[in-house]
Design a protein around this ligand. Structure first.
Ligand SMILES: Cc1cc2nc3c(=O)[nH]c(=O)nc-3n(C[C@H](O)[C@H](O)[C@H](O)COP(=O)(O)O)c2cc1C
Length: 181
């Protein structure tokens, strides 16, 4: 059941030394590629970093000034940077008419497709939203039109971890009535 994959997925921050096969990474990217997006804009781009020297350089940049937290980035066998390449008309529509950010929503859906496919293949992942994007962008030599929105670490879990708490269904869903303030 698909629900079993959702249940199995959790943020993994400790990885074993086992190399992650490129075919598995490609399957994860394929899952992300198939994600829906506003006006089918597909604003996502992915940079896969699985070579130690590239990862090391990226981590130094990404963690510059980020004291303490997210140090586990250094031990992840694979880091994927998710970039956005925005469409101006969708930004205008979203910002002025709906006060929403379609692009970031799309990025989130694609990223989670990737994580769920990884879980299905026995891999652990963790979203990383707290990093030095400006330094990392410089280190990767990226152009003006793209922004690094998130990093996702991937590797075989060193320990299974325990599930994080979730709100109960009746706290987050209501049937046929306005249950929320
Ligand atoms: C957008 C986003 C950003 C996140 N950023 C970080 C981060 O910077 N560092 C980290 O350790 N975990 C990060 N996480 C992971 C969350 O802490 C985690 O998903 C949450 O605690 C629920 O735990 P679970 O993923 O194991 O179910 C992030 C998750 C999301 C969705």
């Amino acid at each position: 059941m698909l629900l079993d994959v959702f249940d199995k997925r959790r943020s993994v921050r400790k990885y074993s030394d086992k190399t992650v096969e490129r075919e598995k990474i490609i399957a994860c990217l394929e899952a992300a590629r198939l994600a829906p997006s506003a006006c089918n804009s597909q604003p996502w781009r992915f940079i896969v970093m699985d070579e130690p020297s590239v990862r090391e350089r990226a981590c130094v940049a990404a963690l510059r000034g980020i004291v303490g937290i997210n140090a586990f980035l250094r031990d992840a066998p694979v880091i994927i940077a998710i970039l956005s390449r925005r469409k101006i008309y969708l930004d205008i529509l979203g910002k002025y008419f709906r006060k929403t950010d379609y692009c970031l929503t799309d990025i989130g859906i694609a990223g989670e497709h990737l994580c769920l496919q990884a879980a299905h293949l026995g891999l652990g992942t963790c979203w990383v939203g707290w990093f030095n994007g400006r330094e990392l962008k410089k280190a990767l030599g990226l152009g003006k039109l793209v922004k690094i929105e998130y990093l996702i670490t991937i590797g075989y879990p060193a320990d299974a971890g325990s599930p994080a708490d979730r709100k109960k269904l009746n706290e987050i869903a209501s049937w046929n009535k306005d249950g929320f303030k």
